[in-house]
Design a protein around this ligand. Structure first.
Ligand code: ZN
Length: 180
C-alpha cells in the first residue's frame, strides 16, 4: 500500500483551460508529503474518519465508473480500498490497479482540501469534530470529482468553483471553542 506513488493535478472548476492543467502535485512533492505523513502518523494532522469518504467520487478513467469501497487483503492484513469495474490487469499482482488502497488517496484529497482553508489549523480542528457523515457531505460539497488513472498512477482532483467559499462558510459557523 505504501509503495503507491501519485503524481496528479488539482483543478479548480473556474480555472480549467483546455489542455492546460498544471500538475500542482508533482511526484516529488507527493513523496515529500508521504514522508511527512509517515513521520507524523502518531499525531496525524487529519484523521481519516468515514469509511466511504471517496466512494463514487473517485472515478476510474479507464472504465468510466465511480469506484466502490472494497476490502483489500495484504499480508493477512485487512485494509480499505476502492475498486472499479475494470477487468484485472493481466499478470498484475493482487492489489494492483484497478484496486486502489483507500488511505493514501484520501490523505491526498484531505491535504488538498486543507490548503483551501485559511488557516489550515481551522480545518484540522473542525474536521476532528465532525461526524463521519458530515465529513462525507463536506467533501462532496467541495470536490466535484477525482479522476484516478491506474495506468499512470495519477490522481486529478477537481474542486467545485466555490469550494474555498463553501469551506470558509463551514469553518465560520464553528464557534472558536468547540468544546461541548
Ligand atoms: Zn476501472
Amino acid at each position: 500500500m505504501t509503495n503507491v506513488t501519485y503524481s496528479g493535478q488539482v483543478r479548480y472548476r473556474s480555472e480549467v483551460h483546455a489542455g492546460e492543467h498544471p500538475a500542482l502535485i508533482d511526484r516529488t512533492t507527493w513523496e515529500q508529503v508521504q514522508a511527512v505523513l509517515t513521520r507524523n502518523r502518531q499525531k496525524a494532522s487529519v484523521g481519516l474518519g468515514a469509511a466511504v469518504l471517496l466512494q463514487d467520487l473517485l472515478h476510474c478513467v479507464q472504465c468510466n465508473t465511480g469506484m466502490k469501497l472494497r476490502t483489500l487483503w495484504q499480508d493477512l492484513r485487512r485494509s480499505r480500498a476502492y475498486g472499479c469495474s475494470c477487468p484485472p490487469l493481466p499478470g498484475a499482482p493482487m492489489g494492483r490497479a484497478p484496486v486502489q488502497a483507500a488511505a493514501p488517496v484520501e490523505r491526498l484529497v484531505l491535504r488538498e482540501i486543507q490548503k483551501l482553508a485559511q488557516p489550515a489549523e481551522d480545518f484540522r480542528a473542525a474536521w476532528a469534530t465532525w461526524t463521519p457523515e458530515e465529513q462525507v457531505l463536506l467533501v462532496r460539497r467541495l470536490v466535484e470529482r477525482i479522476d484516478y488513472d491506474a495506468s499512470q498512477g495519477s490522481v486529478a482532483i477537481t474542486f467545485h468553483a466555490a469550494a474555498s467559499l463553501t469551506l470558509a462558510g463551514e469553518l465560520a459557523q464553528r464557534p472558536e471553542d468547540s468544546n461541548p
